[in-house]
Ligand binder design. Structure first.
Ligand code: KIV
Length: 265
Protein backbone atom coordinates (compact mmCIF):
# COMPACT_ATOMS: atom_id res chain seq x y z
CA UNK A 1 0.00 0.00 0.00
CA UNK A 2 1.39 3.34 -1.06
CA UNK A 3 0.57 6.56 0.73
CA UNK A 4 3.08 9.03 -0.66
CA UNK A 5 2.26 10.88 -3.86
CA UNK A 6 5.12 10.30 -6.27
CA UNK A 7 6.38 13.41 -8.01
CA UNK A 8 9.04 14.25 -10.57
CA UNK A 9 11.50 15.50 -7.85
CA UNK A 10 10.99 12.22 -5.95
CA UNK A 11 11.87 10.20 -9.06
CA UNK A 12 14.96 12.35 -9.65
CA UNK A 13 16.10 12.00 -6.02
CA UNK A 14 16.01 8.20 -6.20
CA UNK A 15 19.32 8.14 -8.04
CA UNK A 16 21.20 9.85 -5.18
CA UNK A 17 19.38 7.70 -2.63
CA UNK A 18 20.32 4.57 -4.60
CA UNK A 19 16.68 3.45 -4.36
CA UNK A 20 15.23 1.65 -7.39
CA UNK A 21 12.36 3.11 -9.45
CA UNK A 22 9.45 0.89 -10.51
CA UNK A 23 7.35 1.64 -13.55
CA UNK A 24 4.56 -0.34 -15.24
CA UNK A 25 2.18 0.27 -18.12
CA UNK A 26 -1.59 0.59 -17.81
CA UNK A 27 -4.23 1.44 -20.36
CA UNK A 28 -7.42 1.16 -18.32
CA UNK A 29 -9.02 1.77 -14.95
CA UNK A 30 -8.96 -1.68 -13.24
CA UNK A 31 -5.27 -2.55 -13.71
CA UNK A 32 -4.16 1.03 -13.07
CA UNK A 33 -6.03 0.94 -9.75
CA UNK A 34 -4.17 -2.22 -8.67
CA UNK A 35 -0.79 -0.91 -9.84
CA UNK A 36 -1.36 2.32 -7.91
CA UNK A 37 -2.45 0.36 -4.86
CA UNK A 38 0.77 -1.69 -4.66
CA UNK A 39 2.87 1.44 -4.86
CA UNK A 40 4.52 1.28 -8.26
CA UNK A 41 6.25 4.66 -8.71
CA UNK A 42 5.28 5.48 -12.29
CA UNK A 43 2.29 4.35 -14.34
CA UNK A 44 2.95 4.75 -18.05
CA UNK A 45 0.11 4.85 -20.52
CA UNK A 46 2.43 3.46 -23.18
CA UNK A 47 1.74 3.52 -26.87
CA UNK A 48 2.22 -0.26 -26.52
CA UNK A 49 -1.55 0.22 -25.99
CA UNK A 50 -1.79 -0.24 -29.75
CA UNK A 51 -0.35 -3.76 -29.73
CA UNK A 52 -1.45 -4.97 -26.28
CA UNK A 53 -4.98 -3.61 -26.14
CA UNK A 54 -6.10 -2.47 -29.58
CA UNK A 55 -4.75 -5.31 -31.72
CA UNK A 56 -2.47 -3.29 -34.00
CA UNK A 57 0.69 -4.92 -35.33
CA UNK A 58 2.90 -2.09 -34.16
CA UNK A 59 2.68 1.16 -32.21
CA UNK A 60 2.69 3.25 -35.40
CA UNK A 61 -1.12 3.48 -35.91
CA UNK A 62 -1.83 4.73 -32.37
CA UNK A 63 -3.49 8.16 -32.44
CA UNK A 64 -3.62 11.08 -30.04
CA UNK A 65 -7.33 10.55 -29.42
CA UNK A 66 -6.80 6.86 -28.56
CA UNK A 67 -4.04 7.81 -26.13
CA UNK A 68 -6.14 10.55 -24.52
CA UNK A 69 -9.12 8.21 -24.08
CA UNK A 70 -6.96 5.71 -22.16
CA UNK A 71 -5.01 8.36 -20.23
CA UNK A 72 -8.29 9.70 -18.84
CA UNK A 73 -9.36 6.23 -17.67
CA UNK A 74 -5.98 5.59 -16.00
CA UNK A 75 -6.05 9.06 -14.43
CA UNK A 76 -9.34 8.23 -12.70
CA UNK A 77 -7.67 5.18 -11.09
CA UNK A 78 -4.36 6.76 -10.10
CA UNK A 79 -3.90 8.46 -6.75
CA UNK A 80 -0.27 8.01 -5.76
CA UNK A 81 1.80 6.88 -8.76
CA UNK A 82 3.24 9.47 -11.14
CA UNK A 83 1.23 9.31 -14.36
CA UNK A 84 3.16 9.52 -17.64
CA UNK A 85 1.79 9.35 -21.17
CA UNK A 86 3.59 8.16 -24.29
CA UNK A 87 3.51 10.64 -27.19
CA UNK A 88 2.37 8.55 -30.19
CA UNK A 89 4.14 8.32 -33.55
CA UNK A 90 3.84 11.53 -35.55
CA UNK A 91 2.62 13.66 -32.62
CA UNK A 92 5.90 15.50 -31.94
CA UNK A 93 7.55 16.04 -35.29
CA UNK A 94 7.75 19.81 -34.87
CA UNK A 95 7.84 21.93 -31.74
CA UNK A 96 4.41 23.60 -32.25
CA UNK A 97 2.87 20.16 -32.76
CA UNK A 98 4.70 18.71 -29.73
CA UNK A 99 3.69 21.50 -27.35
CA UNK A 100 0.07 21.33 -28.52
CA UNK A 101 -0.13 17.56 -28.05
CA UNK A 102 1.89 17.39 -24.82
CA UNK A 103 -0.40 20.08 -23.39
CA UNK A 104 -3.40 17.87 -24.23
CA UNK A 105 -1.75 15.02 -22.30
CA UNK A 106 -1.16 17.25 -19.27
CA UNK A 107 -4.74 18.56 -19.36
CA UNK A 108 -5.97 14.94 -19.48
CA UNK A 109 -4.10 14.27 -16.24
CA UNK A 110 -0.55 13.29 -17.14
CA UNK A 111 2.24 14.56 -14.94
CA UNK A 112 4.91 13.80 -17.53
CA UNK A 113 5.20 12.75 -21.15
CA UNK A 114 7.54 10.17 -22.70
CA UNK A 115 9.08 10.62 -26.13
CA UNK A 116 11.20 8.29 -28.24
CA UNK A 117 14.37 9.61 -29.82
CA UNK A 118 17.76 11.19 -29.28
CA UNK A 119 19.52 14.27 -30.71
CA UNK A 120 16.78 14.79 -33.34
CA UNK A 121 14.25 15.71 -30.61
CA UNK A 122 16.67 17.45 -28.28
CA UNK A 123 15.27 20.94 -29.00
CA UNK A 124 11.69 19.73 -28.64
CA UNK A 125 12.45 18.25 -25.21
CA UNK A 126 14.19 21.44 -24.16
CA UNK A 127 11.19 23.54 -25.25
CA UNK A 128 8.71 21.32 -23.39
CA UNK A 129 10.67 21.13 -20.15
CA UNK A 130 11.21 24.92 -20.17
CA UNK A 131 7.43 25.30 -20.38
CA UNK A 132 6.73 23.04 -17.42
CA UNK A 133 6.11 19.74 -19.18
CA UNK A 134 8.33 17.07 -17.60
CA UNK A 135 9.78 14.65 -20.14
CA UNK A 136 10.99 11.05 -19.92
CA UNK A 137 13.32 10.18 -22.82
CA UNK A 138 13.42 6.78 -24.53
CA UNK A 139 16.52 5.39 -26.27
CA UNK A 140 17.75 2.07 -27.68
CA UNK A 141 15.07 -0.05 -29.28
CA UNK A 142 12.48 2.65 -29.85
CA UNK A 143 9.44 0.80 -31.26
CA UNK A 144 8.23 3.80 -33.29
CA UNK A 145 11.35 3.24 -35.49
CA UNK A 146 10.71 -0.45 -35.96
CA UNK A 147 10.65 -0.22 -39.77
CA UNK A 148 14.05 1.46 -39.76
CA UNK A 149 15.50 -1.19 -37.39
CA UNK A 150 13.99 -4.05 -39.41
CA UNK A 151 12.18 -5.54 -36.41
CA UNK A 152 12.38 -5.69 -32.62
CA UNK A 153 16.17 -6.05 -32.47
CA UNK A 154 18.64 -5.30 -29.71
CA UNK A 155 20.38 -1.94 -30.24
CA UNK A 156 23.79 -0.60 -29.24
CA UNK A 157 25.83 -3.73 -29.90
CA UNK A 158 28.45 -2.17 -32.19
CA UNK A 159 30.86 0.58 -31.06
CA UNK A 160 29.23 3.26 -33.23
CA UNK A 161 25.69 2.43 -32.19
CA UNK A 162 26.69 2.21 -28.50
CA UNK A 163 28.42 5.60 -28.67
CA UNK A 164 25.41 7.18 -30.36
CA UNK A 165 23.00 5.94 -27.67
CA UNK A 166 25.39 7.06 -24.96
CA UNK A 167 25.81 10.55 -26.49
CA UNK A 168 22.06 10.84 -27.02
CA UNK A 169 21.45 10.02 -23.35
CA UNK A 170 23.72 12.88 -22.36
CA UNK A 171 21.98 15.26 -24.81
CA UNK A 172 18.54 14.36 -23.44
CA UNK A 173 19.76 15.04 -19.92
CA UNK A 174 21.12 18.41 -21.07
CA UNK A 175 17.77 19.16 -22.72
CA UNK A 176 16.02 18.71 -19.38
CA UNK A 177 14.61 15.16 -19.46
CA UNK A 178 14.18 13.97 -15.87
CA UNK A 179 14.78 10.29 -16.64
CA UNK A 180 15.43 8.04 -19.63
CA UNK A 181 13.99 4.66 -20.59
CA UNK A 182 16.67 2.40 -22.07
CA UNK A 183 15.11 -0.38 -24.10
CA UNK A 184 16.82 -3.55 -25.31
CA UNK A 185 20.47 -2.61 -25.10
CA UNK A 186 23.38 -4.64 -23.67
CA UNK A 187 23.55 -4.44 -19.85
CA UNK A 188 27.14 -3.17 -19.85
CA UNK A 189 26.13 -0.24 -22.08
CA UNK A 190 23.15 0.50 -19.81
CA UNK A 191 25.55 0.39 -16.83
CA UNK A 192 27.91 2.85 -18.49
CA UNK A 193 25.09 5.27 -19.33
CA UNK A 194 23.55 4.93 -15.86
CA UNK A 195 26.90 5.73 -14.21
CA UNK A 196 27.50 8.69 -16.52
CA UNK A 197 24.10 10.39 -16.09
CA UNK A 198 22.84 12.51 -13.22
CA UNK A 199 19.22 11.61 -14.05
CA UNK A 200 17.84 8.08 -13.50
CA UNK A 201 17.68 5.44 -16.21
CA UNK A 202 14.74 3.05 -16.36
CA UNK A 203 15.51 -0.18 -18.17
CA UNK A 204 13.45 -2.64 -20.18
CA UNK A 205 15.58 -5.46 -21.52
CA UNK A 206 18.64 -3.45 -20.45
CA UNK A 207 19.80 -5.44 -17.42
CA UNK A 208 20.01 -4.84 -13.72
CA UNK A 209 22.29 -1.81 -13.54
CA UNK A 210 19.62 0.75 -14.49
CA UNK A 211 18.20 2.98 -11.76
CA UNK A 212 14.75 1.51 -12.33
CA UNK A 213 12.81 -1.07 -14.33
CA UNK A 214 9.72 -0.96 -16.52
CA UNK A 215 7.66 -3.76 -18.07
CA UNK A 216 4.43 -4.01 -20.01
CA UNK A 217 2.06 -5.18 -17.27
CA UNK A 218 0.24 -7.70 -19.49
CA UNK A 219 3.61 -9.36 -20.20
CA UNK A 220 4.48 -9.88 -16.54
CA UNK A 221 0.96 -11.15 -15.87
CA UNK A 222 1.33 -13.79 -18.58
CA UNK A 223 -1.43 -12.41 -20.74
CA UNK A 224 0.49 -12.94 -23.96
CA UNK A 225 1.76 -16.34 -25.08
CA UNK A 226 4.91 -14.92 -26.65
CA UNK A 227 7.00 -12.48 -24.68
CA UNK A 228 10.52 -11.16 -25.26
CA UNK A 229 13.46 -12.87 -23.46
CA UNK A 230 13.74 -10.00 -20.98
CA UNK A 231 10.23 -10.50 -19.57
CA UNK A 232 9.65 -12.46 -16.39
CA UNK A 233 6.13 -13.87 -16.23
CA UNK A 234 5.08 -13.56 -12.59
CA UNK A 235 1.86 -15.45 -13.25
CA UNK A 236 -0.04 -17.01 -16.13
CA UNK A 237 -3.21 -14.99 -16.26
CA UNK A 238 -4.32 -16.20 -19.67
CA UNK A 239 -4.49 -19.80 -18.35
CA UNK A 240 -6.42 -18.68 -15.28
CA UNK A 241 -8.86 -16.64 -17.37
CA UNK A 242 -9.34 -19.41 -19.94
CA UNK A 243 -10.20 -21.90 -17.20
CA UNK A 244 -12.77 -19.52 -15.67
CA UNK A 245 -14.34 -18.80 -19.07
CA UNK A 246 -14.56 -22.54 -19.91
CA UNK A 247 -16.03 -23.35 -16.49
CA UNK A 248 -18.68 -20.62 -16.93
CA UNK A 249 -19.62 -21.88 -20.37
CA UNK A 250 -19.85 -25.51 -19.24
CA UNK A 251 -21.91 -24.69 -16.16
CA UNK A 252 -24.44 -22.64 -18.12
CA UNK A 253 -24.73 -25.42 -20.72
CA UNK A 254 -25.21 -28.02 -17.94
CA UNK A 255 -27.72 -25.77 -16.12
CA UNK A 256 -25.45 -25.65 -13.04
CA UNK A 257 -25.21 -21.87 -13.10
CA UNK A 258 -27.01 -19.97 -11.73
CA UNK A 259 -27.46 -22.09 -8.59
CA UNK A 260 -30.04 -21.16 -5.96
CA UNK A 261 -27.63 -18.90 -4.08
CA UNK A 262 -27.18 -16.84 -7.24
CA UNK A 263 -30.88 -16.08 -7.61
CA UNK A 264 -33.62 -14.36 -5.60
CA UNK A 265 -36.64 -16.01 -3.96
O1 KIV B 1 4.92 1.84 -24.97
C1 KIV B 1 5.36 1.36 -23.93
O2 KIV B 1 4.68 0.65 -23.19
C2 KIV B 1 6.75 1.66 -23.59
C3 KIV B 1 7.37 0.95 -22.43
C4 KIV B 1 7.45 -0.51 -22.64
C5 KIV B 1 8.65 1.53 -22.03
O3 KIV B 1 7.35 2.45 -24.23
Amino acid sequence: MQNQKITVPIIKSRKKENKKITMLTAYGYPLAKLIDEVGVDIILVGDSLGMVSLGYESTIPVTMSEMLHHIKAVRRATRFSLLAGDMPFGSYNTFPQAIKNATKFMKAGCEAVKMEGGREIRDIIEGLTKRGIPVIGHLGLTPQRISEFGGFKIQGRGKESAEKISEDAFLLQQAGAFSIVLECIPRELAKLITEKLKIPTIGIGAGKYCDGQVLVTQDLLGFNEWTPKFVKKYTNLSEIILKALRDYKEEVMANKFPAEEHSYE
